[in-house]
Write a protein that binds this ligand. Structure first.
Ligand code: G6P
Length: 612
């Protein structure tokens, strides 16, 4: 969703801002802009609808923006269509203050109406404009920018991360946040704000995370952070483990392809530090004392692909732990009045650690006294910070909107958790424990073997990229896997696709199968292969074209029914989806490539969804 970058330093700001915005492009956006204050206090703003290239061409055609302090923004429209007026930064009617904002101001209409009554003229349809108009109103009244900022923060309701410039204070940039991420970066050539660490990696890896209700004041050589009572806050400066190369394409045509190819390494990094002498060691849980004692119910809560991991987790956790487990969409969970308590474990899964619905579900769980464990990729993210225990996936930065390596590492970590906890509860036998640990250790090499078949997926995608509708079918873990395969295809290729539990077909969906319909039959789950075969035969006999996905073990069972067949190595059944998803990712990627889609930045989608 929207992205923020800000710089206060000893270099011209404009190129730093534009370069930072380029690193935020992956989040999804429809307009962009920058504001810079010159040393003499001239506030200059350029913004435009469309890709950053449009903004860049305005910046190069017109008078250059001068100044070493500035804020930039990529907007993903919520209130008001994507156009030049609604793009950020927004400037108050006095022309003194500029604001960039991520989030939603829920009471913006009420504030807007009261300001209009006071004679203030609005020029956009955004909720953000009320922040800047209100700021100018209070600034005029109190003649003090910090007073005005605190007044505004008390008045607005909703979620925000914001950067503020004022032409009367040309050496200063202010920032504040509530329920939306904002980091401060400490560089050698100045200080930064950013909504996402990837925007800062080229300049610094030293960061601090702004907390809710804190206000930061940045100059070229100082950062001060104040809490809600305006007292100076003591902050810890963290060093981010990611380097700038990890957030670059490195010769690949798309981040998505690069990230698919990085999966052996990402899985290796997630597993290796946690297996010692054949034992799974989850230190984070060891240190958490009786955290896992007396759990009688588990909810896995997440959005999008992370929810699909939760679906897989439901099968695995119930099998290993014998504890009733439900996978819930975070957007539903929070409003479903879940009955939680001390004996409930809520597992929140999130790549970004910033998804608003997942965050809200976490808070609801904590409010009701449940224990919260999160599986997160971004260190220091909001979900990570508010959870009781965090298990980090070590996937590195994920830039493509369609998640791949974060999904596989989340699955791996959830299986590791299930096995670790199952052993603690003495509900998993020594033999199975050993088999899964061995399976985990072999995963990176087996994923690589699947990736080595890339040409095959490419060829099949070239055959079928024109189908307007695709059905994924499977049972048990294959059903959960199909949900992810189908999501991958629809989000990047815009082909309508659905995933069904194969046993459910006869209850309705089979009426959609006609000669030529494309069905991707997932048949990697060996215990139910005969049943899956029956369902494949059902669609086949109605004329469907079937692409089968099977393991070395199950392929002989289904091969006669499949028009095309992907065969992957066999691994312990609970780990099979980790291998199974790779062909589905590559298939979706090459279909989208054949259709000429904008793979890394699919229309209407955002990498991190920080609004409801
Ligand atoms: C967006 C992304 C998905 C992701 C989902 C949840 O929709 O496009 O790829 O699965 O958000 O994001 P999270 O960061 O919480 O895993």
């Amino acid at each position: 969703m929207c992205g923020i970058i800000g710089f206060a330093g000893d270099k011209e700001a404009v190129s730093i801002l534009v370069e930072g915005l380029k690193r935020l492009e992956y989040r999804g956006y429809d307009s962009a802009g920058v504001a810079i204050v010159s040393p003499e206090g001239e506030l200059q703003v350029k913004k435009s609808k469309g890709r950053l290239a449009v903004l860049e061409s305005h910046l190069s055609e017109e008078k250059p923006l001068r100044g070493k302090i500035g804020i930039g923004h990529t907007r993903w429209a919520t209130h008001g269509e994507a156009n030049d007026q609604n793009a950020h930064p927004h400037v108050g009617q006095e022309g003194k203050i500029a604001v960039v904002h991520n989030g939603i101001i829920e009471n913006y209409l009420e504030i807007k109406n009261s300001l209009i009554k006071k004679g203030i003229h609005f020029t956009s349809d955004t909720d953000t404009e009320v922040i800047v108009q209100l700021l100018e109103y209070y600034y005029k009244k109190y003649n003090n920018l910090m007073d005005a900022v605190y007044k505004v923060l008390h008045r607005i309701k909703g979620a925000y991360a914001m950067g503020i410039l004022c032409s009367d204070c040309p050496g200063q940039m202010l920032a504040a946040r509530k329920d939306a991420p904002l980091l401060i970066g400490y560089g050698t050539d100045g200080n930064y704000i950013a909504s996402d660490v990837t925007a800062l990696l080229a300049h610094t890896r030293k960061v601090t995370y702004l907390e809710d209700d804190e206000v930061a004041v940045l100059t070229a050589d100082q950062v001060q952070i104040f809490d809600s009572d305006r007292c100076l806050a003591e902050k810890i400066i963290h060093t981010v483990a990611w380097d700038v190369a990890a957030a670059e394409k490195g010769g690949y045509s798309h981040f998505m392809l690069k990230e698919i190819m990085e999966q052996p390494e990402a899985v290796q990094k997630t597993i290796s530090p946690r297996i010692m002498e054949g034992k799974i060691c989850l230190e984070e849980l060891e240190q958490a004392g009786d955290f896992l004692e007396n759990i009688t119910r588990i909810y896995i809560v997440a959005c999008g692909s992370a929810y699909h991991v939760g679906m897989i987790g439901k099968y695995t956790l119930e099998k290993m732990l014998h504890i009733p487990t439900e996978a819930c969409l975070a957007s539903e969970f929070r409003y479903s009045e879940p009955l939680l308590g001390e004996s409930t474990l809520v597992i929140v899964i999130s790549q970004s650690g910033e998804t608003l619905d997942s965050m809200a579900a976490l808070r609801e769980a904590k409010k009701q006294g449940a224990k919260v464990l999160s599986i997160v990729n971004v260190m220091g993210s909001s979900i990570a910070r508010e959870s009781d225990v965090v298990l980090y996936t070590w996937a590195g930065p994920e830039i493509a909107v369609a998640t791949t390596k974060a999904y596989t590492t989340q699955m791996v970590l959830l299986v590791m958790f299930a096995v670790y906890y199952g052993e603690r509860l003495q509900r998993i036998g020594e033999k199975e424990y050993g088999e899964i640990v061995n399976g985990l250790l072999q995963l990176p090499e087996k994923i690589q073997r699947v990736l080595d078949d890339v040409d095959e997926f490419q060829k099949t995608a070239a055959k079928y990229f024109n189908h307007s509708s695709v059905f994924y079918i499977g049972r048990n873990l294959d059903y959960a896997l199909g949900l992810e395969g189908s999501l991958k295809l629809k989000e990047i290729s815009y082909i309508h696709s659905e995933s069904y539990a194969a046993g459910e077909l006869k209850h309705g969906t089979i009426s959609l199968i006609e000669p030529g319909t494309l069905v991707i039959a997932l048949a990697t789950y060996a215990p139910l292969i005969e049943k899956t075969l029956s369902n494949i035969v059902e669609v086949k006999s109605r004329g469907a074209r079937v692409i089968g996905l099977a393991t070395e073990e199950t392929a002989p069972v289904i091969k006669d029914q499949a028009t095309d067949l992907f065969v992957i190595p066999k691994v312990h059944p609970v780990l099979q989806p980790v291998l199974g998803v790779v062909p589905l990712q590559l298939y979706a990627y090459y279909v989208a490539l054949n259709r000429g889609c904008d793979i890394d930045k699919p229309r209407n989608l955002a990498k991190s969804v920080t609004v409801e």
